[in-house]
Design a protein around this ligand. Sequence first.
Ligand code: MD6
Ligand code: FE
Length: 217
Amino acid sequence: MAADLFDGLESAGPARQQLAPGAVLLRGFARSQQAELIAVIEAIAAQAPFRRMMTPGGHQMSVAMTSCGSCGWVTDRTGYRYDALDPESGQPWPAIPPLFRDLAEQAASEAGFADFAPDACLINRYEPGAKMSLHQDRDERDIGAPIVSVSLGLPATFLFGGLKRTDKTQRYRLVHGDVVVWGGPARLAFHGIAPLADGEHALLGRRRINLTFRRAR
Ligand code: MD6
Ligand code: FE
């Protein structure tokens, strides 16, 4: 009861918010599928466990990651890349489940990008204090396709800037079930996640999980 009231407040505001030309926030878009999404994430992580990778600069990331799809995003001392194999196991990444694929396609279509067919889904796991520094997503061959980003668990502050690292950033709160779609003129915008505030989420505990779907190759 109290949780329902809280959830109602969290989703207050317009269901759809334009963050910038090409970037749309669809509030609560993934909510009705929360239980299935979490079960599928657990199944993927059982096959390809979350791990904190090393950046080319030699820093261990605070965010733990895994992937599904025909290629997964990896970083090590040699650089960032998409790789068909999970370097931890030497095996292919788990396939993108139909539930994920349908959600990504529907969100993209809702935002005006028809026929989105992702081939990679990066799964980020944040614990309190974890953050993602300002970056551009530019390791994908096809930047004509949008990225679809699904937030689950603890709320986060999303930093959204411009095409230069030094451009001023706007801050948006992303909560459980929110989906951001961005492409077109926003596709190469700098963005990041502020250090995660501690809290307890009813389904995910002290964690935030983010899925980002891309067309990588
Ligand atoms: C996150 N998201 O939300 C990090 N990248 O945890 C991203 O880095 C991101 O949300 C590209 C497009 C959408 C995103
Ligand atoms: Fe990103």
